[in-house]
Design a protein around this ligand. Sequence first.
Ligand SMILES: Nc1nc2c(ncn2[C@@H]2O[C@H](COP(=O)(O)OP(=O)(O)OP(=O)(O)O)[C@@H](O)[C@H]2O)c(=O)[nH]1
Ligand SMILES: [Zn+2]
Length: 400
Amino acid sequence: MGTVVAGQANFYQVCLSPDQSPSGNGAGGEAKRMTLLCTCRARLKKIGQKVMVGDRVVVSCPDWQGGRGVISEILPRKTELARPSIANADHLLLVFAVAEPDPDPVTLSRFLLKAESTGLEVSLCFNKCDLLPPDSLREWYDRMRGWGYDPLMISVYHGVEYRFEGDRMETSPTLNLSSNSAGLDKPGFGESSPSLTRDGDRNQVSGTANSLLDRLRLKTTAISGPSGVGKSSLINKLIPNSHLRVGEVSGKLGRGRHTTRHVELFELHNGGFLADTPGFNQPELQCDPHQLGNYFPEIRDRLTKGKCQFDDCLHREEPSCVVRGDWERYPQYLHFLEEAIEAWETSQHQPLEEDRLKSKSKSGGGKQYEPKLQSKKYRRSSRRLEHQNLQQLCEDLDEV
Ligand SMILES: Nc1nc2c(ncn2[C@@H]2O[C@H](COP(=O)(O)OP(=O)(O)OP(=O)(O)O)[C@@H](O)[C@H]2O)c(=O)[nH]1
Ligand SMILES: [Zn+2]
């Protein structure tokens, strides 16, 4: 048994489960995971089964000395992501940078919505915190809390995480694996954290102290985010022998080069896998407009506390809507909703149910809208159609 960690052409790297490597095979003991280079049984291809990175597989005919094997079975997948193509991922880590490149709130939302649409657990992480003063970091942190996220604030360069407790900002070297292995084993922060105090009377932050490594523990995590935010640097930091290429941020655009290519899983020391995925700048969001609200934590929260009058409320102009209101991302929601409706109608070639209104001119001028009847269910069929149907029925009866 093992997990496919990489694939290219018809070859797959399979990382065997810890108890699956034979002892005394030169792999360095039972606890050490061994990786075999595998081909895939032709039978699997014949029945249309394609191996994906992240797949749990059964390896037959292992050649321990040569480090080879054959994938003979793919276990049922828990989840399947299409772009990036990863099986069994259960966590998505969205990485942005607080600067270089500057985060754009609309792009950030677009990534978040795309991430939420996968149905996986989503974590938001801001890298390059070494580039901004504490007050600016705190602004981003509070803003993201307002969006319903508990963002991880990190600097891969310094190997630290930043945390806000009341007005204090604490740093902890939890990403420095060499200097502090506590991050791998223990939740929370190290003992000697330098702390900074900021002015003002912010609300107490009530989030639980859970570090990046806690969130990654025992999960298969796909890392996503725009180019140049430091995804490869982060993986290199957490998995020093991954040797991912780190790109330069191009001066003109403040963006990184597109340096990440194939999807590959890297094994974490505390259990779990990390997948680096190709950087892309504007993920496309195609979803059922009625689903869009579920991808906003703010809307989910409002809908657990109250109920809109209409079950299929799109939270626009509808009466007694508990979602419409003065919250930061509401205008963004409306913007993305229009986009989703347009994309939906293009793909379905029909207007949304709610838009099937017909306008009637009122006697005193102005317009009045009333719902169109759905032709099949409620609208009376034309005389001609009724006549044709009757004729057809008679012919059918004649044949009998
Ligand atoms: N100041 C600062 N720069 C960083 C930090 N982490 C990464 N960088 C720099 O940011 C640039 C881009 O880093 P990458 O790791 O290649 O970014 P990426 O997200 O993997 O980029 P793609 O592969 O294009 O998706 C490099 O020049 C890094 O040295 C950090 O914590 N602070
Ligand atoms: Zn509503």
